[in-house]
Design a protein around this ligand. Structure first.
Ligand code: ADP
Ligand code: MG
Length: 697
């Protein structure tokens, strides 16, 4: 056992009681854990301020001066000790609420001290509570350099484990182990990334000797953290790619050719062409494809999916397309069957509301191979659904599905089919590299020609009059409008009430138009009917909850009004906005909020009104919310509670780590070279929660 695994209770200043607190509070058990309990901030202690310089922009301050007198106030638990401290340029109060006796005896009047702490303004006067005080010996002896700050919890503080105590304990631990700290990366990696040694990094992260050294230490430790995640992904992917055989789609045949020549409704965009090529190459390679197709709302992913499905058919395989809602599934069914209507291809729709008899017919048709393409909701992953020869699976809006649901599609043939997952919720590249580590990623970064960007406007909800005029004018021009209410998760009843009130209000405001409503608790058949009426243009105004969020396509709808927009996240707002702007006419998205909104909301609204670019929005969302909250990340098993690196801010280091990991695995796929044994060891130590990437798709 490595000395790094030593129990912290043996370290000077810890002991069994504090060890238990550290175990429970911050998951620190071993020497190694302790050394990796990194400071969250550093304070420059090389500078001494004058008291009159104190202002609210200074978080911590260091002063040099004398205590002129002590004074106690209050009684019992409210008792406090105040030392009147001066540097000859002003006065501050040093305040203690605990250890009063001890402090009074320890510090002497009229002696020179260095005082360090956090200034607070109280009743118009500056004070410093529980400052650090050191005797001032001479100019050269004063504390300098960077003082690290460690995060601590209430419980820890109650046991005198504050930042300073943590620093001391870490100092003791480091002294114990310094000579024996061995390298945690291989030589070639250290070279390639130009890193300082592990020992030097640990020393400088806790006891920085200069700002340059501190930066080097941070770089090294961040790199290491990201590198091991990437190495594990890259190694696993390489392994899986070699192992998992895929059906070989060797040719392009009649189906695709005929569709392309005769039925393609419009020329493909360059991005669509490129992605189809990428998929063709994958499916012909003999390996199983596992590909994520990202494309902003309206970028034409469905057509790409269809063309790849046709390639599958051309090679003698069936295909299926799974969508998260019935509305979307039936819309896909309509689209695809229309486009394929003059071809000899049988497409069927299977959802939860498919009637028994029809359902049985579909089961039989799939088993015999008469049905070529099955479109549906998760009804199509049920065990009773058996294909004759499923070769290609498309999952639309993949983030709406659970991991288990998606994984089930793999078992629908004796060998896993090729899988294409599509999403309009773009994931920033840094995150995609980590969350969807082993998925190949294709991107449609171009909208079909002639689209006018949706104009997005922020309005306070008191000013509805104008908005209603505007909606009326749009409808008179023959267009349609959505009015969306947020889903208030704590209270479905309240949620419906909002929607209901909104609906009645709209009926009153627009007596001359047909208004409909839709929400998640309606039966699928009902929803479908309402949606169909809107699609056909029978309805002009659709009042709805976010059930219309994904995928539905009504090119004639040009107005999207989002009520209580402050309740929506950025991605969701963007997704909703994507429901308009799908035709040739100028579309509008109106974000309604109360007059008073938080700074965060203002930021989100600002981003929405400034850009239509889903990738920019996703980046911004990631910055605002942090990766842990994004869809998909929880299921990924990635340890997002990184200790030092930050997926967003440290993306340069992340790219470097990825690149180096890839080169390394190319040279030594199984990490068998002697030099890499350290990497293997570290990986297995870190790999407590094994990521199963294949199951993500
Ligand atoms: P999404 O990527 O959001 O799923 P869709 O596949 O629903 O987008 O396509 C959005 C709209 O764009 C559809 O009406 C579709 O017919 C149309 N479309 C797709 N590709 C093209 C293209 N190359 N040129 C013009 N229109 C296209
Ligand atoms: Mg779509």
């Amino acid at each position: 056992m490595s000395v790094l695994q030593t129990d912290i209770k043996f370290i000077t200043g810890v002991g069994p009681k504090r060890a238990e607190i550290l175990n429970k509070e911050i998951d620190v058990f071993t020497l190694n854990d302790l050394l990796r309990w990194y400071p969250y901030r550093y304070i420059d202690r090389s500078r001494i301020y004058y008291i009159h310089e104190i202002d609210s922009s200074i978080a911590y301050i260091q002063l040099k001066g004398q205590i002129k007198s002590f004074e106690t106030f209050g009684e019992g638990r409210r008792k406090r000790l105040v030392a009147h401290f001066t540097d000859g340029h002003g006065f501050v109060d040093l305040i203690w609420f605990q250890g009063i006796r001890f402090i009074e005896n320890k510090y002497k009047i009229n002696q020179e001290y260095i005082v360090f702490g956090k200034p607070n303004l109280f009743n118009g006067k500056w004070n410093i509570a529980h400052p650090d005080i050191d005797p001032f010996l001479n100019e050269t002896d004063r504390p300098d350099g960077f003082m690290p700050l460690y995060s601590t919890t209430e419980k820890m503080k109650n046991h005198y484990l504050n930042s300073k105590a943590m620093h001391k304990i870490i100092e003791n631990a480091y002294a114990l182990i310094k000579e024996r700290l061995s390298e945690t990366l291989s030589h070639d990696v250290i070279e390639a990334a130009k890193l300082i040694s592990f020992q030097e990094a640990v020393e400088n992260i806790h006891f920085p000797s200069s700002s340059a050294k501190l930066r080097d230490a941070q770089f090294r430790l961040k790199f290491e953290e990201l590198f091991y995640i990437q190495l594990s992904i890259v190694r696993y992917t390489a392994d899986r790619k070699n192992k998992l055989k895929g059906f070989v789609f060797s040719k392009v045949g009649d189906n695709l050719n005929m569709f392309f020549k005769k039925h393609l409704p419009f020329p493909l965009t360059n991005a669509q062409k490129r992605v189809i090529k990428e998929i063709r190459k994958d499916t012909a390679s003999g390996r199983q494809m596992n590909r994520l197709l990202q494309g902003d709302v309206g970028s034409g992913k469905t057509l790409v999916a269809l063309m790849c499905i046709l390639i599958s058919l051309d090679n003698g395989f069936q295909a299926c397309l799974m969508a998260p809602t019935e509305i979307l599934a039936s819309q896909h069914y309509e689209t695809l069957s229309n486009m394929l209507s003059n071809m000899n291809i049988r497409v069927e729709l299977l959802t939860g509301s498919t009637k028994k008899k029809k359902r049985e017919g579909i089961h039989a048709g799939l088993a015999s191979g008469e049905i070529n393409i099955l479109i549906g909701t998760h009804a199509l992953i049920e065990d009773v659904v058996q294909f004759r020869n499923l070769g290609f699976v498309v999952i639309d809006e993949q983030h709406r599905f659970g991991v288990a649901q998606r994984a089930k599609l793999w078992t629908k043939n004796n060998q896993p089919p090729h899988v294409l997952v599509m999403t309009a919720t773009p994931i920033p590249r840094t995150l995609a590299m980590t969350v969807y580590g082993d998925l190949d990623v294709s991107i449609i970064d171009e909208l079909p020609p002639g689209r006018k960007p949706v104009e997005t406007i922020h309005r306070y909800d008191k000013k509805r009059g104008e908005l209603y005029m505007f909606i009326r004018n749009q409808i008179k021009l023959g267009r349609q409008a959505y009015i969306v209410y947020p889903l208030i998760e704590e209270s479905e009843t309240l949620d419906l009430k909002n929607l209901e009130d909104g609906y009645i209000h709209m009926l009153e405001v627009f007596p001359e138009f047909t208004v409909d409503k839709m929400h998640g608790r309606m039966k699928p058949a009902e929803k479908d009917e309402v949606m169909q009426r809107f699609v056909k243009g029978v309805t002009q105004i659709m009042v709805s909850t976010t059930v219309i969020e994904v995928g539905v396509n009504v090119p004639n709808a040009t107005v999207m009004v989002i009520e209580s927009a402050q309740r929506f996240g950025l991605s969701q707002l963007h997704q909703l906005r994507g429901r308009v702007g799908r035709g040739a006419d100028q579309s509008y998205c109106v974000l309604l909020t109360p007059y008073e909104i938080s700074a965060d909301t203002r930021k989100r609204i600002g981003i929405m009104t400034e850009t239509n670019d889903g990738f920019l929005i996703a980046e911004a969302d990631l910055k605002l919310r942090g990766p842990g909250d994004l869809e998909g990340t929880q299921q990924s098993g990635i340890p997002f509670n990184l200790k030092i690196a930050d997926i967003v801010r440290d993306n340069d280091i992340l790219y470097l780590a990825r690149e180096i990991a890839e080169k390394l695995i190319e040279k030594d796929p199984k990490l068998e070279q002697q030099e890499h044994s350290v990497l293997k060891q570290q990986l297995s130590r870190l790999g407590g929660n094994r990521y199963d990437w294949s199951m993500i798709s």
